[in-house]
Design a protein around this ligand. Structure first.
Ligand code: LMR
Length: 328
């Protein structure tokens, strides 16, 4: 065979290879840390389902729940390296990438999820979705988990009851300051370790929305839950800018639409499950639910609210005012 024939054969092998590569579906790995039966778990599975239905020949979504693939301490780095394409860490976990999202951790900022919705959908709230673009992360939307409760191995009625107790917190400086404000001892630990830390009494308490306390069985190893609704656990669904911008143009839009629908679905689940999981915990008789009187609640607010001032510079007073105003 002549050199030209060799070259032709080699070129056609290459072409076939390229064509195969082009036919391979794009894989989107979605990694998260919670159970499947939670707002985030259900949102992720819904997204997988919608994508399979609408563009299954071109895109495959693989969901990895329960910290199977990555924990929240390394998922964002993995995303920047291209090892995972979608994640929805708690807003408390972006401190290495932006100061602004610490806003959502301020204690007693939002009265309910309607106020959270109003703020997140406002111009200021939407702008925060792009606050990490310089770091290569794009926010595609907010997702609710819900308002948090304290659980502990001692009854907590007033802030003094928590003095000296060890609480697991997410990796957030605001949450650290929140517990220091009541003379408790905050410990930043991964979500996957919380149950064992509670069970072995290495820590005394933690804070979570009802759905995480229920699905991860924290209530089985915590005799008291104080219905404090003192803070918010919400998520930002994020992707890497590089991955998102490299997607074929005709896929980006339908993927975003499927994501928006899954988020709306997850947000509804968050509202429904807060009541259902609370009730399931009550029905278990494993733990006592402590409801705060208005006077007791006012004491928690008074003790924790100075944290706002501590972080005002980093977050921005305007942003805090805008978020607080969404309660009306
Ligand atoms: C936590 O670490 O407590 C939460 O961020 C877990 C989650 O994703 O809901």
């Amino acid at each position: 065979r002549t050199l030209a024939a060799f070259a032709l054969a080699a070129a056609s092998t290459l072409m076939v290879g390229l064509a195969n590569a082009a036919d391979e579906p794009i894989v989107i790995k979605f990694s998260h840390v919670v159970a499947e039966n939670t707002p985030k778990g259900k949102m992720a599975n819904k997204f997988k389902e919608l994508v399979a239905e609408r563009m299954g020949d071109r895109v495959v979504v693989e969901v990895y729940p329960n910290s199977q693939l990555f924990g929240d301490d390394n998922v964002l780095e993995a995303m920047q390296l291209g090892d995972v394409q979608l994640a929805a860490p708690a807003l408390s976990k972006f401190g290495r990438y932006t100061d602004k999202l610490a806003l959502f951790d301020l204690p007693f900022l939002f009265e309910n999820l309607d106020a959270v919705d109003r703020f997140q959908q406002s111009e200021a709230g939407q702008k925060l979705l792009s606050s990490m673009e310089k770091k290569g992360l794009i926010g595609l939307g907010y997702l609710h988990s819900g308002l948090k409760q304290f659980s502990s191995n001692k009854p907590l009625h007033v802030p003094e009851d928590a003095a000296g107790m060890k609480f697991r917190i997410m990796s957030s400086d605001v949450l650290e300051a929140q517990f220091e404000a009541i003379d408790a001892i905050p410990l930043k630990k991964p979500f996957s370790e919380v149950f064992t830390l509670l069970q072995t009494k290495a820590i005394d308490g933690q804070e979570s929305p009802w759905s995480n306390t229920y699905t991860k069985k924290f209530y089985e190893v915590q005799p008291y839950i104080t219905e404090s609704n003192h803070g918010l656990l919400d998520y930002m669904v994020v992707t890497s800018a590089e991955f998102w911008m490299d997607l074929p143009d005709d896929l980006r839009e339908p993927l975003k639409a499927a994501l928006d629908e899954s988020i709306a679905y997850g947000n509804q689940i968050a509202r429904d499950k807060a009541n259902q999981d609370r009730q399931a915990i009550i029905d278990s008789n494993r733990t006592e639910i402590i409801e705060l009187t208005p006077e007791e609640r006012a004491q928690w607010v008074k003790a924790m609210k100075p944290v706002w001032k501590q972080f005002e510079k980093e977050i921005g007073a305007d942003l805090i005012d805008a978020a607080y105003a969404s309660n009306q």
